[in-house]
Design a protein around this ligand. Structure first.
Ligand code: DQA
Length: 155
C-alpha cells in the first residue's frame, strides 16, 4: 500500500505557529510519528504486499499541491491530506482529488468544528472517504488506519 501524505500551508511551521492550537511538535515529529504508525500497520504475514509505504510532501502553494495530487495518479493507493487553509478555499484541490479518484482521508490537527465560521466549510470533505479532526498529530495515524480498513474490506 503506497500512501501519499500531503500537507498544505504553514504545516511546516508546526511547533512555532500557535502552539496552543497546534501543539509543540514539529513537522519532522509529524513525519516520524506517522512513519512509525505505518510500520505498526504492516502485516508481516502478507509479505511485501503488507507493507505501508509513505511519501510526504508539504507546500505553501496551492498549485504545487494540485501538481502533487495529479502526479499521484496510478502511483499511490491512497492519500492523506491536510490542506490546511486551502481546505476552506480550494476548489482546485478538491477537483484534483476527484480527478485522480484515489481514496483520500482529510485530516485536521485542530478541531475545526469548534473554530471560526470560515473554517466550517471544507471543499475537500465531499471527495474524501472520511475526515479526522481534532486528534492532533495522531490523527494522521488514524487516517492511515481508515485507509487500511478501506482496502481490507474492499479486497
Ligand atoms: C488545519 C485547520 C485549518 O483551518 C488551518 O487553516 C490550518 C490547519 C488543522 O490542521 O487543524 O492551517 O488544517
Amino acid at each position: 500500500m503506497r500512501i501519499l501524505v500531503l500537507n498544505g500551508p504553514n504545516i511546516n511551521f508546526l511547533g512555532i505557529r500557535e502552539p496552543e492550537i497546534y501543539g509543540k511538535e514539529t513537522y519532522q515529529d509529524l513525519i516520524r510519528e506517522t512513519e512509525k504508525a505505518a510500520a505498526e500497520l504492516c502485516e508481516p504475514a502478507a509479505g511485501p504486499e503488507g507493507a505501508v509505504r509513505l511519501d510526504f510532501f508539504q507546500s505553501n502553494h496551492e498549485g504545487a499541491l494540485v501538481d502533487a495530487i495529479q502526479a499521484a495518479y496510478r502511483k499511490y493507493d491512497g492519500i492523506v491530506i491536510n490542506p490546511a487553509a486551502y481546505t476552506h478555499t480550494s476548489i482546485a484541490i478538491a477537483d484534483a482529488l476527484k480527478a485522480v479518484g484515489i481514496p483520500t482521508v482529510e485530516v485536521h490537527i485542530s478541531d475545526v468544528s469548534r473554530r471560526e465560521d470560515f473554517r466550517q466549510i471544507s471543499y475537500v470533505r465531499p471527495v474524501c472517504l472520511d475526515t479526522v479532526s481534532g486528534e492532533g498529530i495522531p490523527g494522521y495515524a488514524h487516517a492511515l488506519r481508515i485507509l487500511a480498513d478501506h482496502f481490507r474490506t474492499r479486497a
